[in-house]
Design a protein around this ligand. Structure first.
Ligand SMILES: NC(=O)c1ccc[n+]([C@@H]2O[C@H](COP(=O)([O-])OP(=O)(O)OC[C@H]3O[C@@H](n4cnc5c(N)ncnc54)[C@H](OP(=O)(O)O)[C@@H]3O)[C@@H](O)[C@H]2O)c1
Length: 331
């Protein structure tokens, strides 16, 4: 009896120690996740008189980024695909920032026609753009899900859309004299590979959710090629991994994937932490003239996956996307 009692006390004691260790480890991970050598509060960049375009501005990281830019005085164009949600977020950001120069732009980034129509509207509203943040993204859409234009939804939203939008806005970016493009990639780009056929729902085999990984690799590769083409124009472009952030990015995945994400949410970064590397690339003065780089979630320049480092691969991808978007024939 005595032996049984002392064993169960020992078991409880061991369990308590393990639980405390897990908690302490979790807190350390939480603190480490949220630390960044660059301090947003210490950055004094003022954006009064500047125009910023943010895609995916209605939720998650994009919403926080838009609010910070608005607080710094920028005329922010919130690009959303849902008018109701966009209007609600615009009102929220207006109230929080006191900035009355915000505009809502409607665009479905997976649709080439929608992007063209948005750009026609935008260029009537503004002639110069100082900051373009390609933040909108989608994850968890089954592979080979096609848009009415025959593009794979994930690749269209995460890569082809930003490619077309940025190219159509190139004139306005150059007119600003000094401008930045920020492409929100992901650490998942390391797990992708490049096959241009994926853009139209064909191409090599994809593991579960690897369409997301590949689309982010294409966005990162595009960043390098665009930087080469923008040399001497005053426009720079960089990409980044925001980290693992608790947002609604997993909404298209089944509950088996969303549940662990929810369970771990305490240890993950909040959108305001995920926004920091994006704001670093957008605001930090030490990045003037820096282009074609990939930054990790601690705002440190890092090498992207191998294919994104190869200019020949990037050139081929560029040419294929120009043909796909008819960029050489229109606008
Ligand atoms: N969360 C993470 O752990 C993580 C990690 C690495 C990279 N990222 C990247 O960070 C970016 C922001 O994501 P988030 O985490 O903030 O997720 P989120 O809250 O789901 O935000 C995604 C945004 O993209 C918009 N969007 C999606 N498809 C669109 C389309 N076809 N046209 C226009 N807008 C579209 C969404 O609009 P709706 O609300 O209308 O769908 C939403 O505003 C994404 O590029 C994502 O890939 C996130």
């Amino acid at each position: 009896m005595f032996l049984w009692a002392s064993r169960s006390i020992l078991a409880w004691w061991a369990l308590s120690v393990i639980l405390i260790l897990i908690l302490v480890l979790g807190l350390c991970i939480r603190l480490w996740q949220r630390s960044c050598p660059w301090d947003l509060q210490l950055c004094s960049t003022n954006l009064a008189g500047k125009t910023a375009v943010v895609t995916g501005a209605n939720s998650g990281i994009g919403k926080f980024v838009s609010q910070e830019l608005a607080c710094r005085g920028a005329r922010v164009i919130l690009v959303c695909r849902n008018r109701e949600q966009g209007e609600q977020v615009l009102a929220e950001i207006q109230a929080a920032s006191g900035n009355n120069h915000l505009l809502l732009g409607l665009a479905d980034l997976s649709s080439l026609a929608s992007i063209r129509s948005f750009v026609r509207w935008l260029l009537q509203e503004v002639s110069e753009i100082h900051l373009l943040i390609n933040n909108a993204g989608v994850c968890g859409i089954p592979e080979k899900t096609l848009t009415p234009e025959g593009l794979d939804v994930t690749f269209a939203t995460n890569y082809v859309g930003p490619f077309l939008l940025t190219n159509l806005l190139r004139g306005a970016l150059e007119r600003a004299g000094s401008a930045r493009v920020v492409n929100v990639s992901s650490y998942r780009q390391n797990y992708g590979y490049i096959d241009e056929e994926h853009l139209t729902g064909a191409g090599g085999p994809l593991a579960f959710n690897q369409n997301y990984d590949c689309s982010k690799l294409l966005l990162t590769t595009f960043t390098g090629e665009l930087a080469r083409r923008l040399q001497g124009t005053g426009v720079t472009v960089n990409s980044l991994n925001p980290g693992v952030i608790y947002t609604s990015i997993m909404r298209n995945l089944s509950w088996q994937y969303r549940f662990p994400f929810w369970l771990l949410s305490f240890f993950l970064k909040a959108p305001k932490h995920g926004a920091v590397p994006i704001l670093y690339l957008s605001l930090a003065q030490e990045l003037d003239g820096i282009s074609g780089k990939y930054f990790n979630s601690s705002c440190i320049v890092t090498l992207p996956a191998k294919p994104a480092q190869d200019p020949r691969v990037a050139q081929r991808l560029w040419d294929a996307t120009v043909r796909l978007t008819n960029l050489d024939k229109m606008d």
